[in-house]
Design a protein around this ligand. Structure first.
Ligand code: ZN
Length: 156
């Protein structure tokens, strides 16, 4: 009955059944389960790339793209200069200005993914979530500038 679901789980993870059993006997903290969910979302995002990106290939440009991708699900309206609602967080009428994720939630997300990357076999030296460019992006939100900067930093 649940064979389809089992198959999906097997495909989505290389963990052994014993490993999963152990996980279910110790309830995960909120942080741990959130971290796992974020990591799965990021893994899915890389897999859906054309062509798909494997974890060792993943660099901070992918992370920046991921953050921009998440913005469409954000709830914070960022009005562009020139919009009649500029300065109003809750526009009284629809406008075409972009939505953004709140800074604090992205900052926490990056922290969780940074830990998850290393728990999933990534090395701290190549950890794309720890790159300076990510912090600059979170602070400035200037994607294009940071993308250049990101490539440069990734080589360092
Ligand atoms: Zn607007």
């Amino acid at each position: 009955m649940s064979s389809d679901r089992g198959k999906d789980a097997a495909e989505g993870s290389s963990r052994s059944a014993a490993d999963q059993q152990q996980q279910s006997s110790t309830p995960l903290s909120r942080y741990e389960s959130q971290k796992r969910r974020d990591w799965n979302t990021f893994g899915q995002y890389l897999k859906n790339k054309r062509p798909p990106v494997s974890l060792p290939q993943c660099n901070c440009n992918h992370v920046l793209d991921f953050l921009r991708y998440l913005d469409q699900f954000g709830k914070t309206k960022v009005h562009l200069q020139g919009c009649v609602f500029f300065g109003q967080p809750e526009p009284p009428a629809p406008c075409t200005c972009p939505l953004r994720q709140a800074w604090g939630s992205l900052d926490a997300l990056i922290g969780r993914l940074r830990a998850a990357y290393e728990e999933n076999g990534g090395s701290p030296e190549t950890n794309p979530f720890g790159k300076a460019a990510i912090r600059v992006y979170l602070r400035e939100g200037n994607g294009n500038f940071v993308k250049e900067y990101c490539g440069w930093v990734a080589l360092a």
